[in-house]
Design a protein around this ligand. Structure first.
Ligand code: SF4
Length: 274
């Protein structure tokens, strides 16, 4: 059985529950660094038509696909989702907005162009918004849509975020089933930067089928490999999400998130990594 088939079989057992399409899947405030300065953030997980890769099987650790709308949101729904989220930042004098869709913001089959433009226009027109980040799979980045987004944003700082996970094509394929290559990420990052956007790479610590040591070696290599193409790198521990292959294997005792245990060194009387 292929990895994608194993993921798909699990997906088919889970139904996306109907929920209002004019409310985001989630939104929250936080703090991040912009040019080395701490700044307030508003993170919005839009309910979209859903990640096309995830709906066809997709990534072994991803339960976000179940956050999508049960029916495609309208333009008015997207505007309402943003308005509801923005209320959480109404007292902020300035902040950064992070856009996630549990998929790809730049996929026009997932988020229609008119909705994408309306969201960016609202953020461009709010003088308190000092930076916008949007997550997408690399294959949706084009020479056309990056400058389009920046134009609508009136050249506010714009960052494209990619779930690269690892720089190893073998691990991305055989442990994550991510469906794109490191070369695809490089191409998208180069287009983003050439057109004036910055790049954030998300890396994942300990996907399936890696030992602790292999996971640590992979993350170190991945940081080195991704750094030339990234302005920011974010390292995220693989967690166990509902309705995923990771969860199915975790339940059978065949996966555990990274566990850095310590053993006592009786000779020296201090603890050392095992
Ligand atoms: S991790 Fe991202 S690309 Fe993979 S299935 Fe989930 S939403 Fe889609």
């Amino acid at each position: 059985m292929t990895l994608n088939k194993a993921v798909m079989e699990i997906r088919q057992r889970i139904r996306v529950k109907p929920s209002p399409t004019d409310e985001p899947a989630a939104s929250w405030t936080g703090i991040d660094l912009v040019n080395g300065i701490q700044i307030k953030t508003l993170t919005v997980i839009f309910k979209s038509a859903g990640c096309r890769w995830g709906k066809a099987g997709g990534c072994t650790m991803c339960g976000y696909v179940y956050d999508c709308a049960s029916e495609p949101p309208t333009l008015e729904d997207y505007k309402a989702q943003l308005a509801r989220a923005m209320k959480k930042a109404e007292k902020f004098p300035e902040f950064m907005v992070k856009i996630f869709t549990s998929g790809s913001f730049l996929d026009e089959q997932e988020v229609p162009r008119e909705a994408r433009d309306a969201i960016l226009r609202t953020l461009a027109d709010d003088p308190r918004v000092i930076k916008v980040l949007a997550e997408t799979r690399p294959n949706f980045v084009t020479e056309e849509n990056v400058p389009d987004c920046l134009k609508i944003l009136k050249n506010k700082p714009f960052e494209l975020a990619f779930g690269l996970e690892t720089s190893s094509d073998r691990i991305r394929k055989d442990s994550i089933n991510k469906g794109f290559t490191f070369g695809d990420f490089v191409r998208a990052a180069e287009i983003a930067r050439k057109n004036g956007a910055t790049v954030k790479a998300y890396l994942m610590l300990k996907p399936l089928f890696l030992s602790e040591r292999q996971a640590l070696e992979d993350i170190v290599c991945s940081i080195d490999d991704a750094a030339p193409y990234s302005d920011t790198i974010s390292i995220n521990l693989c967690n166990v999400q509902k309705g995923t292959l990771v969860e199915a294997l975790w339940e059978k005792g065949q996966y555990r998130p990274l566990a850095l245990e310590h053993r006592r060194n009786p000779a020296k009387g201090k603890s050392c990594p095992s």
